[in-house]
Write a protein of this length. Structure first.
Length: 192
């Protein structure tokens, strides 16, 4: 069984979809939720699903071990970011080379980088007059929203769209594609 850790900072809608997708999977299991926000909704999901939680604190994450040893002790094979708002430290990227993936709510390389998450991304896309937006699923490297793209899907930006309506369209793409792309990436990288 290959063990997945989901890193999340917020409500956890993508985490819930991923957990549900892998619930009966023969070789991939969500076995840990990693969170940096003690008030995050994803913790309620973890409790309901009886998935262990690792709460990380900033000092140890960025200037300490980056929790690499804790993840290894728990036999984590692959890391999935689902609304995790901290940049992944170099130590963790190196320890899990090509085994950390992220989903970004825009078509990278546009609208990525520090501060580009959630509503900020959608407002920037609409403000620039873009005709389409979407999702990018990519490997995580040492830079924000920079690693090699694995998958992209598009939605049309319509004249009446607000950041909230565009977010809803993009979230539909996230829920439809992210679990399947995770499965393919884990299978490819871990040679299941």
């Amino acid at each position: 069984m290959k063990q997945l850790a989901i890193f999340s900072s917020g409500a956890g809608s993508n985490a819930a979809r991923i957990i549900d997708y892998f619930r009966q999977h023969p070789v991939i299991k969500v076995s840990l939720i990693v969170c940096n926000n003690p008030g995050a909704g994803v913790l309620t999901i973890a409790e309901k699903e009886k998935i262990p939680v690792l709460l990380v604190e900033k000092e140890n994450f960025f200037r300490g071990s980056a929790y690499v040893e804790e993840l290894r002790e728990r036999k984590i094979d692959f890391i999935v970011l689902a609304g995790f708002l901290w940049k992944i430290p170099v130590a963790l990227v190196q320890a899990y080379h090509r085994r950390i993936i992220n989903i970004h709510p825009a078509l990278l390389p546009k609208y990525g980088g520090k501060g580009m998450y959630g509503r900020y991304v959608h407002a920037a896309v609409i403000g620039a007059g873009e005709k389409e937006s979407g999702i990018t699923i990519h490997y995580v490297d040492e830079l924000y929203d920079h690693g090699q793209a694995i998958f992209q899907a598009q939605v049309t930006v319509t004249p009446g769209d607000t950041p909230e309506t565009l977010a809803a369209k993009v979230q539909q793409l996230e829920h439809a594609h992210y679990p399947r792309v995770i499965e393919e990436a884990v299978s490819r990288e871990l040679r299941l």
